[in-house]
Design a protein around this ligand. Structure first.
Ligand SMILES: Nc1ncnc2c1ncn2[C@@H]1O[C@H](COP(=O)(O)OP(=O)(O)OP(=O)(O)O)[C@@H](O)[C@H]1O
Ligand SMILES: [Mg+2]
Length: 227
């Protein structure tokens, strides 16, 4: 079953002489439960693409459908709600709120949505992420790997259908990188959450079901490596 469909997506930053075409007429779809790695040189448009898939930025042209919702047809408020409920975003530098505790950072998306945090889901999540003993800590009292696990918790608290990660291990050593990728794969395989990960690390890309290579804002290659 198709979870996401991208149609003729383009993004131009700036205007006139200084305009940069970061993404040029990109189309593809992603199946429910698929693990897709996105690779490509620096500046090729990977983060731009991920931001557009996640509804963080609007395209210059083209459409993104997630579970048949044309996300850029939504107004800002509707899109913010859709994003919080359906999309789990994970960044290289965690983007945690420094004055909130681990528990508050994880549950923030639910509170913003005036949704009750489902206690059972929260407990299960912090158990899997190994954060049970750190709930009252502030982000700056945690290691990099722990901070990334908090950001995974925040991304997954609302049970999104798709997880989008932009170099989630880019700031971590190899042991922590492996732990983070293993966690993302666990959510992908056991909870059937679709997973799209940008990475510069070939070892990570080779664990995906499919590798999409972006070059100069276009898809240079799209290979299924595992069925
Ligand atoms: N906000 C912005 N304003 C202007 N240009 C931008 C903006 N964001 C990105 N770009 C440009 O768009 C192009 C693609 O950038 P993008 O961040 O998507 O690359 P990337 O593939 O993620 O690179 P990296 O691997 O270094 O993270 C680059 O040429 C970049 O300079
Ligand atoms: Mg990038």
């Amino acid at each position: 079953m198709e979870l996401m469909r991208v149609e003729n997506l383009s993004k131009v930053y700036g205007k006139g002489d200084t305009a940069v075409k970061a993404l040029d007429n990109v189309s593809f779809s992603v199946e429910q439960g698929e693990f897709v790695a996105i690779i490509g040189p620096s500046g090729s448009g990977k983060s731009t693409l991920l931001h557009l898939l996640g509804g963080v930025d609007r395209p210059t042209d083209g459409k993104v459908f997630i579970e048949n919702t044309d996300i850029y047809e939504l107004n800002e408020t509707q899109l913010a709600v859709f994003r919080r409920r359906q999309i789990g975003l994970i960044y290289q530098f965690y983007n945690l709120l420094p004055i909130l505790t681990v528990e508050e950072n994880i549950t923030l998306p639910m509170l913003l949505d005036s949704h009750q945090v489902e206690k059972k889901h929260f407990k299960e999540l912090i158990e899997i992420l190994g954060l049970k003993d750190r709930l009252d800590y502030l982000p700056n009292q945690l290691s990099g790997g722990q901070q990334q696990r908090v950001s995974i918790g925040r991304a997954l608290i609302s049970n999104p259908s798709i997880i989008l990660a932009d170099e989630p291990t880019g700031n971590l050593d190899s042991k922590n990188s492996k732990e983070i990728i293993d966690l993302l794969k666990l959510f992908n395989k056991s909870y059937h959450q679709t997973l799209v990960v940008i990475t510069h690390d070939e070892r990570i890309a080779l664990q995906a079901d499919r590798i999409i290579s972006i070059e100069d804002g276009v898809i240079a290659k799209d290979e299924v490596i595992r069925q």
